[in-house]
Design a protein around this ligand. Structure first.
Ligand SMILES: [Cu+2]
Length: 454
């Protein structure tokens, strides 16, 4: 992997950051919540680097338990990937770890721990890799992070949420007449099993929205990141269409839509040219009848104008982005070649017992998928469960589908009863996780290893 690192085209420039993970008290609207965060804020301070830079991040762990950082979507060297006991030893309480790697690709990424349920606290932050040649112009480059929040509210915590899921699954919890299961036809049924009191956009609850100001007549680039644990978000801007320009960091042929459904771990970049005024940017928690929001305001808007807090723009029900709408730009395409290896993986499990896995097995029992450097690898995910799963592959960005122009992505939503095929080039040696990005499904075993054998 050191040899592979030397092949990455680097600028030689080093971008150094210090990052402290610690218990903290955050203000979320009027609420004070005790949680765990990077640098005492939610989301953590976005890190911005240039493509080809070397990132040098010193993680200081002031949490009461071990942690790691996973650089979601970045094809980094394997020993920097942050998977405990597989790519690195855990970083214990009071310890530090120096992450250092060349950043291979431009785009919208993010980072979070790869430990237990830590992601369902405030431990997440954007990582923006700027293109070598700025593709602008944009008058505003705005990160928009979506998150489902329960930690520290009314005695909630990720651990309690998992306990509730498990007891729900065994029927030992008295559910009364209410079922917490969220329903969405767009997601093929069960949209999520965890009940969240709040949905946040850039760490702000709906009653305290952030305002993004765009110069009059200007263009905004919005970089959506779903950092949630059990919630897909349907995003829209009232009165406007969005032009999708990137999926999971990689460029696509621009496509205009009213709304985008974003699974956990997915990112989309869009541009919006706002008309004079103040417009709601709304993220509907799919199937959960709740929203996160912000306001997009042009600099020439009448200051008193503001969209109503409960606004649900009609665009949420308009033309929705489909994966089939995504066409990779020429430079983002995989070369044309035959797959050397094709493996089908069943997504399995159910809410009963809250056990999830691949091919009926949890992570610990599933043999690694063995691949060799230089192979074109094809994986087919067959969802046999009654729930959707956002499947994420570490260390590579795959092509969605078997069509040469399929978008490059690293996370794909697989709906109940559906099969999704991905192709990727085995060009980054190591041991790589592929897993469901529902934090609770991952914790319950819906993960396996893709393992380079020499
Ligand atoms: Cu899942």
């Amino acid at each position: 992997m050191a040899a592979r690192e030397l092949e990455r085209p680097g600028t030689g420039r080093v971008s150094a950051f210090d990052l402290t993970a610690a218990a903290t008290t955050l203000s979320i609207g009027r609420r004070q919540v005790n949680t765990w965060a990077y640098g005492g804020q939610v989301p953590g301070q976005p890190l911005r680097v240039r493509q080809g830079d070397t990132m040098a991040v010193r993680l200081r762990n002031e949490l009461p338990e071990a942690t790691t950082i996973h650089w979601h979507g970045l094809a980094v060297r394997n020993d920097m990937d942050g998977v405990p006991d597989i790519t690195q030893a855990v970083v214990g309480p009071g310890a530090s770890f120096d992450y250092r790697f060349v950043v291979p690709d431009a785009g919208t990424y993010w980072f979070h721990p790869h430990m237990g349920l830590q992601l369902d606290c405030a431990l997440y932050a954007p990582l923006i890799v700027e293109e070598k040649d700025d593709p602008g112009p944009y008058d505003l480059d705005q990160v928009v992070v979506l998150d489902d929040w329960l930690d520290g509210i009314d005695g909630n915590s990720p651990e309690k949420a998992l306990k509730d899921l498990v007891s729900m699954g065994t029927g030992s919890m008295d559910m009364g007449d209410t079922t917490p299961m969220a329903k969405s036809s767009v997601l093929g049924g069960d949209a999520g099993d965890v009940t969240y009191p709040l949905h946040l956009m850039n760490g702000r609850p709906p009653e305290d929205p952030e305002t993004f100001t765009v110069p009059a007549g200007g263009r905004a680039r919005l970089r959506f990141i779903n950092a949630g644990s059990d919630t897909a978000y349907r995003v829209a801007v009232g009165g406007h269409r969005m032009t999708v320009t990137h999926a999971d960091g990689f460029p696509v042929a621009p496509v205009e839509v009213d709304t985008i459904l974003i699974g956990m771990g997915e990112r989309y970049d869009v541009t919006v040219d706002p008309l004079t005024g103040a417009w709601p940017l709304v993220a509907l928690a799919e199937g959960k009848d709740a929203t996160a929001r912000a306001i997009i305001r042009t600099s020439d808007a009448v200051t008193s104008s503001a969209p109503p807090a409960a606004a649900r723009p009609k665009e949420l029900d308009g033309k929705r982005l489909r994966y089939s709408d995504l066409v990779a730009t020429e430079e983002a395409r995989l070369s044309t070649r035959r797959a050397d290896l094709h493996q089908t993986l069943g997504l399995t499990g159910s809410m009963m017992g809250n056990s999830w896995g691949f091919d009926g097995k949890p992570f610990a029992d599933h043999a690694p998928i063995e691949i060799e450097q230089g192979q074109r690898v094809r994986l087919t995910f067959e969802n046999t469960t009654s729930m959707w799963h956002p499947i994420h592959l570490h260390g590579h960005s795959f092509r969605l589908g078997t069509n040469a122009a399929g978008a490059r992505k690293d996370t794909v939503n697989v709906l109940p009863g559906e099969s999704v095929t991905i192709d990727f080039d085995a060009d980054n040696p190591g041991q790589w996780m592929t897993h469901c990005h529902n934090t609770y499904h991952l914790e319950q075993g819906m993960a396996l290893l893709v393992s380079y054998v020499t």
